[in-house]
Design a protein around this ligand. Structure first.
Ligand code: GDP
Length: 330
């Protein structure tokens, strides 16, 4: 019904002209799960193509547990970057939103100053579908935002399940915000996130917590040294900052740019984006195949029988897998 009124060329032109309404409509289109919308969304993305004049945007992932100060920091960093002449977009990847139907991330009220700025754009996590679906919509939204001349894209997530890996795979630099932790408390940090992080920041380094934060940063730096080899192209630095007081924002942003320069000089920056595109392609192929497998009537019909044979020990798991795949192929 509404589809007939969507003119992809007009939408692309509106986005290019920086019209917020066109951008918002386009994002709604890439978030839609309707087949006709999906097709229009792909036509639109093809029209917009890669960034004119090569890669200018910075895509920055930001993770940290609730309460670490992400929204306060993003609000402050966003204002700092607007002051430097950037256009700033904030997206969220919140896997819990697909269950609760609402997102605690990307809520405009959490970024009180930034949300009022004409050169800022804040969008909460899509609330439909799987993490894979949210990731797809978010990646496509990044393309739309860049076409609308947003040159800083901040993607926020909390450390739930696979969401950190998902975000790390769609950004140029992945940043982990943490609080001052030392000794045993360090063990509480998910090891996986330290492996993904390209920048670590001990936040809330203000007032009486400043010294504590500095010593926690030193300890974290030690822990990171064990993870990343000496000859690695980039060894993640540990910064201290205060989103509330706005301390360390310049150092944070300089580090993001330094990371970009090091990767660019090694020929790795653009290559990383190309690799992410190819990896994403295969991720979608895998997701689709799994969905088709689960939905396949022949697989459904043998499923219970095969599972019970495996439980009874009358069928080995390897033979059972062959039966299931045989049903899928037939
Ligand atoms: P989020 O859940 O990670 O987005 O965290 P918020 O930005 O909502 O911050 C959680 C709480 O920590 C709020 O009460 C903030 O006022 C406070 N907070 C955030 N950043 C700082 C900071 O840099 N220093 C201090 N002392 N408090 C902060």
């Amino acid at each position: 019904r509404a589809v007939r009124t969507i003119d992809v060329d007009a939408l692309a032109a509106g986005i290019g002209a920086g019209e917020r309404a066109a951008l918002a409509r386009a994002i709604t289109l890439v978030e839609s799960t309707r087949a006709d919308h999906r097709e229009l969304a792909q036509q639109l993305l093809l029209r917009l193509g890669p960034e004119p004049g090569g890669v200018v945007s910075n895509r920055v992932g930001i993770t940290g547990v609730p309460g670490v100060g992400k929204s306060t920091f993003i609000d402050a960093l966003g204002m700092y970057l607007l002051g430097k002449g950037h256009r700033v977009a904030v997206l969220a990847v919140d896997p819990s939103s697909t269950r609760t139907g609402g997102s605690i991330l990307g809520d405009k009220t959490r970024m009180a100053r930034l949300s009022l700025e004409p050169d800022a754009f804040i969008r909460p996590s899509p609330t439909a579908g799987t993490l894979g679906g949210v990731a797809k919509a978010t990646r496509e939204t990044i393309v739309l935002l860049e076409a609308a001349s947003y040159d800083v894209i901040l993607v926020e997530t909390v450390g739930v399940g696979q969401s950190e890996v998902t975000v790390a795979n769609m950004v140029d630099v992945f940043c982990f915000l943490t609080l001052a932790r030392t000794g045993d408390q360090l063990q509480g940090i998910k090891k996986g996130v330290l492996e993904l992080a390209e920048l670590v920041a001990v936040n809330k380094a203000d007032g009486k917590h400043e010294m504590e934060a500095k010593s926690a940063a030193r300890e974290l730096q030690g822990a990171l040294r064990l993870i990343h080899p000496h000859d690695a192209l980039w060894r993640p630095p540990v910064l201290t900052m205060s989103g509330l007081e706005g301390h360390g924002l310049d150092k944070f942003w300089d580090t993001v740019l330094e990371h970009r320069r090091v990767l660019t000089d090694a020929g790795e920056f653009a290559e990383k984006r190309r690799r992410q595109q190819v990896d994403w392609t295969w991720t979608m192929v895998h997701d689709q195949i799994l969905r088709r497998l689960a939905d396949n009537p022949a697989v459904k019909s043998v499923r219970a029988e095969v599972e019970s044979a495996v439980r009874n020990g009358t069928l080995t798991p390897a033979l059972a897998a062959e039966r299931i795949l045989g049903a899928f192929d037939s």
